[in-house]
Design a protein around this ligand. Structure first.
Ligand code: AMP
Ligand code: MG
Length: 483
């Protein structure tokens, strides 16, 4: 069934690639789709009519029961290194409906939980309600925290059940992204395809995301350099906000530089560089402190796929790619320290700034201080509740540092307010919202949370309750892959 006469305005640029890159799929329908959350802001951004999306036809599209006009549904092929091991993957429970044309560019419209595909392997192609709502809440929070990310348009319950450790309600998430080209998509082309396939994908990627690279003498090296830049900037933003992605496999790293695949991610409360939330990350490969290093590891895998395009001489290609990838730490570090300066109200650069930031982190770590709230306390009162001698010494250095710049107190306050969120999606609040929605069918807790997270830098009084720390009973929080 195709729905016509809608505000969907789809093109199918990915379908223009050779069919090596995807499988065309048929819809696998759900019993009784019901819209439980819709993102009005995003709908508007995409030029979609919200009344239409809420209608029976609209919900049919959001559940994968009907296709919007112009859609060619595809499951995308990709591979990836999962915890270091290479494997074939692909959209096993997702499909691309097409790309929505907007004044801000084109966006993938992607359904997650929409049924089996040729890449499902043993899986059922479905998703449970709670993880889809979780992706919705966290991805939108990330967007509002000014971090590049895929976004969530809607969640629809299916009326069907999915069998996991227990029986759960099924759901479909509609997510949007600049694209779903992953490091793993390039690995798929390089390992299972030909050099020509890698070139086709690289050309498509340059055209879609990195037009400036096309102008360089070596566009493929230019592509690598740009991707390194965007990942360095992205991962610095994660570190600065206290976000732990949890499953930075190469198939979960988007070439566009957006955060994608919200599975076992979490925001840290108390500052702990070693923190790991994912129940399956036994050795802490994707611990908070390892994220930059793992980003670099993934970029090296990306660079490898491009070698034949970068230079015909293998050694020369390796050298060029290595030099490009090795820029990562420097770029990452520059982005991180620049973000840290802003968080501390510092406008100009001094050599000691990094030490100042590190010293604060060490104090936080030692005292198990909350990461987000420490910066908030510094913003609003310049001090902390636990006034240790160490902190007081640090505070004096920080104050002296602020006096060595020409900006006024008010300017410092403004900068800090805009750099330190008043509210993040705290794990215990997210869990509470999901429990109410999933178990009781009460979406009001989630809606309130989403509202509080919609402008984390507003510092409104009604947002204050979301800054509260988890109760002591909520310790040792673990997350699970969103299957
Ligand atoms: P993820 O953990 O969501 O990044 O998924 C890793 C891989 O497993 C991807 O290829 C997914 O498409 C696939 N996958 C996850 N859950 C399912 C499922 N329920 N059915 C089929 N494939 C799945
Ligand atoms: Mg994934």
């Amino acid at each position: 069934m195709t729905i016509t006469n809608t505000s969907w305005n789809l093109v199918n640029t990915y379908a223009g690639l050779p069919d090596f890159f995807y499988s065309k799929i048929d819809l696998s329908k759900v019993s009784s789709p019901h819209l439980v959350v819709l993102n009005n802001d995003l709908a508007e951004h995409l030029g979609l009519d919200t009344d239409e999306l809420k209608s029976r036809e609209g919900v049919a599209v959001l559940s994968g029961n009907a296709l919007p006009e112009g859609s060619i549904p595809l499951a995308l092929a990709y591979a990836g290194h999962q915890f270091g091991y290479f494997t074939m993957l692909g959209d096993g429970r997702a499909m691309l409906l097409g790309e929505q044309v907007t004044p801000h560019g084109i966006y993938d419209i992607h359904l997650k939980g929409s049924g089996k595909t040729p890449y499902s392997r043993g899986g059922d192609g479905r998703a449970a309600l709670s993880p889809m709502l979780r992706e919705y809440i966290v991805s939108e929070a990330m967007h509002n925290l000014k971090i590049p990310t895929s976004r969530s348009l809607a969640v629809v319950t299916t009326g069907d059940y999915v069998l996991r450790e227990k029986i759960l309600k099924g759901a479909v998430l509609t997510r949007t992204a600049r694209s779903h080209i992953r490091v793993g998509t390039f690995e798929y082309a390089a390992y299972f395809g030909t050099e020509e396939n890698v070139r086709q994908l690289a050309d498509y990627t340059i055209d879609r995301h990195y037009r400036e690279a096309a102008k360089e003498d070596n566009p493929y090296l230019g592509l690598l350099k740009e991707v390194v830049k965007r990942q360095a900037s992205l991962i610095a933003k994660w570190q600065l906000i206290g976000f732990v992605h949890g499953v930075m496999n190469t198939d979960n790293m988007a070439i566009s530089g957006e955060t994608i695949d919200y599975g076992p991610c979490a925001f840290m409360d108390a500052y702990d560089p070693e923190i790991v939330y994912s129940s399956i990350d036994t050795y802490g490969r994707y611990a908070y402190k390892n994220q930059p290093r793992m980003g670099l590891w993934n970029l090296s895998r990306f660079g490898e796929t491009l070698l034949p395009l970068i230079h015909e001489n293998r050694d020369k290609a390796v050298q060029l790619a290595q030099d490009a990838v090795n820029e990562f730490y420097d770029l990452y570090h520059k982005a991180w320290i620049s973000g840290m300066r802003s968080k501390l109200g510092i406008f100009n650069e001094e050599a000691g700034d990094e030490e100042l930031a590190e010293d604060l982190l060490n104090i936080m770590h030692k005292n198990m201080e909350d990461y987000t709230n420490t910066f908030l306390a510094l913003t609003f009162s310049g001090t902390l509740t636990k006034e240790t001698r160490e902190f007081k010494e640090w505070q004096e250095k920080w104050q002296a540092r602020l006096h060595r710049q020409r900006q006024t107190k008010e300017e410092v306050f403004e900068l800090m307010k805009n750099s330190n969120p008043g509210v993040i999606p705290r794990n215990h609040r997210v869990e509470e919202a999901l429990r109410e929605a999933d178990e009781k069918g009460d979406y009001s807790v989630m809606e309130n949370l989403i509202r509080a997270l919609s402008n984390p830098f507003a510092h409104r009084p009604d947002q204050k309750e979301y800054a509260a720390l988890p109760p002591p009973s909520f310790c040792n929080y673990k997350t699970f892959c969103g299957t």
